[in-house]
Design a protein around this ligand. Structure first.
Ligand SMILES: NC(=O)c1ccc[n+]([C@@H]2O[C@H](COP(=O)([O-])OP(=O)(O)OC[C@H]3O[C@@H](n4cnc5c(N)ncnc54)[C@H](O)[C@@H]3O)[C@@H](O)[C@H]2O)c1
Length: 254
């Protein structure tokens, strides 16, 4: 029996990077999955991989910052898959610019992508969890919640840092609100994690910046997506039954 056997888990941004690793990890532990992503081709690829490994998967292409997309997606999950046990609010990212040059559009895009997506999906999942008095939610913060020297020095990431600090505040308050209903909500704050998207960026930072990930992380390496997926699995599982309102740093010691 897997640690997530027959549980229904939702992962947003599951087509690439950390979301893909999280979906694969939860699937390997026996979870049934419903996966959101705006990249429909990537979503089909990961869904096919998971089905090949025996998992039941519902693929939901769409933009989870859009209220109707989220509402319709969760209605489909309820109709086709039943009650939800786990929600992983993984979608996030940024449009970095120096703060004195940052457009209001870039600022709004970053805040919306990281915070509105987590808010909309959390709001959508809660009524069912509250009714059953059970459920676990994991959100994706970042080491950037306290600012990251390499991102600041490389391209300016203040909007991203503000958004990821916002995730920490979000889970702290929501944990209080939902604890009486037997629901837990936590966050994982990854340090620099090597994915197809970040590999070249980190290599450039390590070659050019004094305050680069390699020099600033005590363990002197980037993390692997599997190391984030393991932390998400822990927080989503019964093993974390007395853990809520916590942002867990998985960041090589920084
Ligand atoms: N990789 C890192 O080093 C790192 C470090 C700290 C935090 N994080 C956080 O972890 C999460 C995943 O990061 P990643 O590096 O895997 O990112 P990524 O950009 O590689 O993957 C994000 C996924 O989300 C999807 N997506 C983007 N916008 C969407 C939207 N509006 N609706 C639905 N899907 C959408 C993308 O298509 C993609 O599949 C993010 O919240 C990110 O901020 C990553």
């Amino acid at each position: 029996m897997g640690r997530m056997q027959d549980k229904l888990a939702i992962v947003t941004g599951a087509a690439n990077g950390l979301g893909e690793a999280i979906a694969l990890r939860l699937g390997a532990e026996g979870a049934r999955l419903a996966l959101f992503d705006i990249d429909s081709a990537g979503l089909e690829r990961i869904a096919a991989t998971l089905r090949g490994q025996g998992a039941q998967v519902l693929a939901l292409p769409g933009d989870v910052t859009e209220e109707t997309v989220v509402q319709q997606g969760f209605a489909r999950i309820a109709a086709e898959c039943g009650a939800i046990d786990v929600l992983v609010n993984n979608v996030g990212g940024s449009r970095n610019q120096r703060i004195w040059e940052m457009s209001a559009e870039a600022w709004d895009f970053t805040i919306r992508l990281n915070l509105r997506s987590a808010f909309l999906c959390t709001r959508a999942v809660l009524p069912g969890m509250m009714e059953r008095k059970s459920g676990a939610i994991v959100c994706m913060s970042s080491g950037a919640k306290e600012g990251t020297p390499w991102s600041a020095a490389h391209s300016g990431a203040a909007a991203y840092s503000a958004a990821k600090a916002g995730i920490h505040g979000f889970i702290r308050d929501v944990a209080w609100e939902v604890a009486p209903y037997g629901i837990r909500i936590n966050a994982v704050a990854p340090g620099p994690i090597e994915t197809d998207r970040t590999r070249a960026v980190f290599a450039e930072m390590n070659a050019t910046l004094e305050h680069s990930p390699k020099r600033m992380v005590p363990m002197a390496r980037a993390g692997q997506p599997r190391e984030i997926a393991d932390a998400v699995l822990y927080l989503a599982s019964e093993e974390a039954s007395y853990v809520t309102g916590v942002t867990l740093d998985v960041a090589g010691g920084r």
